[in-house]
Design a protein around this ligand. Structure first.
Ligand code: C2E
Ligand code: MG
Ligand code: MG
Length: 609
């Protein structure tokens, strides 16, 4: 390696300049303070310093911003206004530049190529354009020395070219790492966070963050499956440009997710006039013409008001996403972040994860059994299996909290399978002990698939229990579904010999014609009417007439919610076949059922023959 004409003081020695500049920061200095955040850039600088034996390296960007290095260390920024025209020329041309001795070159007669921290004028200069992988020029990598040269040999030229390619590749890598989106060229998530933080640190009491969701993820994936990635890219660019036309000119739009944009809005834009948000939604709901094919998206616009304290340790995008997601399914199309709703969703998410684990491990789940008695004989003829979830830290979670959750999270099939296996095994054990009882259990509409029949048959066979010993309780709305498939599945269950009950009858909207068509064997009158009988004559009339009607239509009528002796006596005088409720027994753990059966015998009043 050849020796250099002199060593240039590096960053540390240039400390006085930094201190001076810190007093009055200029835009250029701010840019330099951030540094050129390309992965591996400092290593490239060191490499080029060594392989070309030059003390000075600079990266000059297309717009004039320059980053300076001496002996591999970054120097404070230069004011771009004092930049020698050669640097800009190099940064904007696609050809390399070499000046072996500036003192012998006409172009430097009036303005020497200097550098504030260098002890003398720069004599040698060479540059190589820096391009991205797609061929877009972003600037030039320049090397300088205080001593002139007689030649730049082939190996040195190659080193400089390679170094410039590495910087170009780093720029692309930077976009992948989240600074700018390669498709829309919009600044990315990290830039959004930086800018939001700066906005709040600069003294703004709060910021309004807006997020725009293009379409629900599944729908967007369907676009891609049908139309391809190029179409989806074009769509994102089109949505970005329509949104940019809406946001104020001095506001940046960021691409913060594959299908999501965000911006920090000035106050006046949001609060003073909410019709502006209606306007944005209306614009985005207009069909997009992408590559000649019209497409309508399902936008959701979310808003979040956030201050610096809330930003610390928080994730504003997660919060605003909650609002934009909710807005996607609303008529208005935009929504403001709702902390309570968010908390509820988080808890739900936590519970779903826990429920999935409980369904795998199964030590936290249990079944309780509530007796059903025949009103003619007073005998217990069946028990209803009711799921219980004992969470290690949250305690007992009622089915009203986790059944719906299981349904929404796609866990219902596992839950029902568990109830089926567990309940039928227990029933088989009781029947072996001589207890002539049946088992009813609750089944949700999502269970009503082709394999339910197979699962029923398999579990019954495994435990050697007749299928006529089982009854499936469906809600009214499930049975109201008139689809041919539903009807086929229900008919198949009936054919197996298992019973079908309409649970919570009276809470749905079925009419008499629908009732006549339901392929059910029993009808359970909802406990709300039964419990109301004590105080409301209307409720009594409802229970009485529904029981009579259902009975005459051939259903076995079960009344739920029989809580006290008076209610029990009332239903004895009606056309009801069975009763269930706290007066008879609360749902019992399996270990207590046999004891209850023994104690109960003959205890309850029965209908006179
Ligand atoms: P359901 O099927 O109508 O079950 C009857 C509910 O009423 C049970 O509540 C039971 O404890 C309660 N109950 C019984 N008698 C009385 C009474 O006299 N007074 C009052 N106030 N309540 C009474 P639980 O166990 O909390 O279950 C609630 C609902 O959760 C069930 O209503 C059922 O729809 C659902 N569920 C429970 N376990 C399962 C399950 O394994 N699978 C499915 N799909 N749903 C289940
Ligand atoms: Mg039930
Ligand atoms: Mg019920």
């Amino acid at each position: 390696m050849r020796t250099t004409a002199g060593t240039i003081p590096g960053r540390h020695a240039a400390g006085h300049q930094e201190a001076a500049s810190a007093a009055a920061p200029s835009p250029t200095q701010a840019a330099s303070a951030e540094g050129f955040a390309v992965p591996g850039f400092d290593a490239v600088v060191r490499l080029v310093t060594r392989s070309l034996g030059v003390p000075l390296v600079s990266l000059v960007l297309h717009g004039g911003t320059a980053y300076w290095f001496a002996d591999g260390n970054e120097l404070p920024a230069h004011d771009p206004r004092t930049l020698h025209p050669l640097y800009l020329e190099a940064a904007r041309s696609l050809t390399p530049h070499v000046v072996l001795d500036t003192l012998k070159d006409e172009r430097f007669r009036d303005a020497a190529l200097g550098l504030a921290s260098a002890p003398g004028p720069i004599r040698f200069f060479a540059s190589e354009p820096v391009c991205t992988l797609t061929g877009q020029q972003i600037g030039a990598l320049c090397v300088m020395d205080l001593a002139p040269r007689t030649a730049l040999n082939e190996s040195e030229r190659t080193s400089l070219r390679d170094a410039a390619s590495l910087v170009g590749a780093g720029v692309v890598l930077r976009s992948y790492l989240g600074r700018t989106d390669p498709i829309t060229q919009l600044p990315h998530r990290y830039a959004f966070f930086d800018d939001l933080r700066k906005h709040l640190q600069d003294g703004a009491p709060h910021a309004w963050v807006i997020a725009i969701d293009v379409a629900p993820v599944q729908r967007f994936n369907a676009f891609i499956r049908a139309m391809g990635h190029a179409y989806a890219d074009e769509l994102m660019r089109a949505v970005a440009s329509r949104t940019m036309a809406w946001i104020p000119a001095d506001t940046r739009l960021y691409q913060v997710g594959a299908t999501r944009f965000a911006a920090v809005l000035p106050d006046r834009h949001v609060i003073e006039d909410s019709s502006r948000l209606d306007d944005l939604v209306a614009r985005l709901r207009q069909p997009f013409d992408c590559l000649g094919i019209p497409l309508t998206i399902q936008p959701g616009v979310g808003l979040l008001k956030i201050n610096e304290r809330e930003l610390r340790g928080g994730d504003p995008l997660r919060l605003v996403m909650n609002a934009s997601h909710a807005a996607q399914h609303s008529v208005r199309g935009w929504a403001v972040y709702d902390r309570q709703q968010d908390e509820q969703q988080r808890q739900e998410f936590f519970l779903v994860t826990e429920l999935a684990a409980a369904l795998t491990d199964r030590t936290e789940l249990d079944l309780h059994y509530q007796p059903r008695v025949d009103l003619d004989s007073g005998r217990c003829v069946a028990v209803e299996a009711l799921a219980r979830w004992q969470h290690p830290t949250l305690g007992l979670i009622p089915p009203s909290k986790f059944v719906g959750l299981a349904e929404r999270a796609g866990l219902m099939r596992s839950l029902t399978q568990w109830v089926l296996e567990h309940g039928v095994a227990q029933l088989a054990a009781w029947r072996r002990q001589g207890h002539d009882i049946r088992l009813s259990f609750n089944v949700s509409s999502t269970d009503l698939g082709a394999d339910l029949v197979g699962r029923l048959r398999q579990v019954a066979e495994q435990h050697k229990v007749g299928l006529d010993m089982l009854e499936l309780e469906f809600t009214e709305s499930t049975l109201m579904e008139h689809s041919a498939t539903t009807r086929r599945h229900l008919a198949a269950i009936r054919q197996l010999g298992a019973g079908i009950a309409i649970d919570d009858f009276g809470t749905g909207y079925s009419n008499l014609a629908a009732l006549r068509q339901m392929p059910a064997t029993s009808l359970k009158i909802d406990q709300s009417f039964v419990r109301g009988m004590g105080t409301s004559r209307h409720d009594e009339a409802i229970v009485r007439s529904v029981a009579e009607l259902a009975h005459s239509m051939g259903f076995r009528v079960v009344v739920e919610g029989v809580e006290n002796p008076d209610l029990y006596d009332s239903v004895l005088g009606m056309a009801c076949d069975e009763a269930q409720g706290f007066h008879i027994a609360h749902p019992l753990p399996s270990a207590e059922v046999v004891e209850w059966l023994a104690a109960h015998r003959g205890m309850l009043a029965r209908r006179p023959a």
